[in-house]
Design a protein around this ligand. Structure first.
Ligand code: BT5
Length: 324
């Protein structure tokens, strides 16, 4: 059923808005014309606008501003990431589902995507605002053979991939603020949350949660986010195809991940530094135990932030919020 839908969408997208006869569709799909009609109705129910004209056939007028497994997989150029998609309209948190799937043995590269999260979360159980049909709320399951202490490197890797994917899909050049914020015009457009299922010396899975504000207008943001958050559409001045954005990001992350598994963190670190805005600047790092002010020197090979405080001490910061 879903294979036929997929082929149907492929045929329509190759037709570039031209009509395709019912006869041709039934040949391509290998089913009767009545069955074709039923699949067309199915697509209409998913929000596609399709025109039917006697003697000419069908043509596609517009796609829904919705994402689905089909849309993400159609033309996806990865070999592992996103090959297995768990898609739902509404979830509490894609992280929660991904944890469950990972525990049940889901293969590496499985992604969980939702149109809406009712309990999206950030670090330390903070709230991640995830309204319907506007953003990309996605979790990726990886199973790298690395010790748990190296897992923060994957947050940085994901950040590089997201910046590159955004650049490819929109032309926008975003900045990274250590460890997990991606900013445009100094406002947060993406948050990344990396969580582990691990034993003392071995990782079972890494779950990378990526939240991107894509087609939000200012009015989508609640008051507490109005001054600190933005969306790709606000910055670009036009709407963005979310399925394509996801594809671009998956391709970039897969490439970086392959590089990372083969050659280690070195190149990822260089790339990360080239997008980072906080390095070399005076910052305040707020940790659970207090605030440290000083100059951000860089990150270590493990992805830990090095901060030189005013008295000259060099601190290694594993987790903090950074103020510039
Ligand atoms: C993060 O936490 O930035 C990680 C966010 C990860 C979200 C993804 S969405 C898919 C997956 N499923 C989940 O449930 N989560 C992941 P943190 O650095 O702790 O930042 C949280 C802070 O960002 C909040 O306290 C707010 O101040 C702010 N914030 C909340 N929602 C936001 C939004 N949509 N855009 C920008 N800032 C937001």
């Amino acid at each position: 059923q879903s294979e036929i839908r997929k082929t149907l969408l492929e045929v329509f997208s190759n037709a570039n808005g031209e009509y395709i006869s019912g006869q041709k569709l039934s040949e391509r799909l290998g089913c009767s014309r009545t069955a074709v009609w039923k699949h067309i109705e199915g697509l209409r129910n998913e929000g596609y606008e399709l025109e039917a004209v006697r003697k000419l056939g069908y043509r596609i007028i517009s796609k829904p501003d919705k994402i689905s497994s089909n849309e993400i997989q159609l033309g996806l150029k990865t070999s592992s990431l996103g090959r297995n998609i768990h898609f739902e309209e509404t979830v509490t948190s894609t992280q929660k589902i991904a944890h469950h799937l990972a525990y049940e043995g889901a293969p590496e590269g499985t992604i969980v995507v939702a149109e809406e999260q009712t309990a999206g979360r950030g670090r330390l159980d903070r709230v991640w605002h995830s309204p319907k049909h506007t953003g990309v709320w996605m979790s990726i399951i990886l199973r790298p053979n690395i010790p748990p202490y190296q897992a923060p490197q994957l947050t940085l890797l994901a950040a590089v991939g997201v910046v590159q994917g955004i650049q490819e899909a929109t032309g926008l050049e975003a900045d990274i603020k250590w460890p997990n914020d991606i900013l445009l015009n100094n406002k947060k457009v993406v948050g990344i949350l990396t969580e582990l299922q691990a034993e003392a010396d071995r990782i079972n899975s890494v779950i990378i949660g990526i939240g991107i504000n894509v087609n939000h207008t200012e009015s989508h943001f609640p008051d507490f986010l109005k001054n600190i958050a933005t969306s790709l559409a606000i910055q670009k001045g036009e709407g963005i195809d979310r399925a394509r954005l996801i594809q671009c990001i998956l391709v970039k992350i897969e490439k970086l991940y392959g590089e990372y598994l083969q050659h280690g963190f070195k190149i990822i670190k260089l790339l990360w530094e080239s997008y980072a805005i906080s390095i070399g600047q005076n910052i305040i790092a707020r940790t659970l135990t207090g605030a440290i002010e000083g100059k951000a020197l860089g990150i270590t090979d493990e992805g830990v932030l090095q901060l030189k405080s005013l008295d000259g001490t060099i601190h290694h910061i594993h987790s903090a919020d950074i103020e510039l």
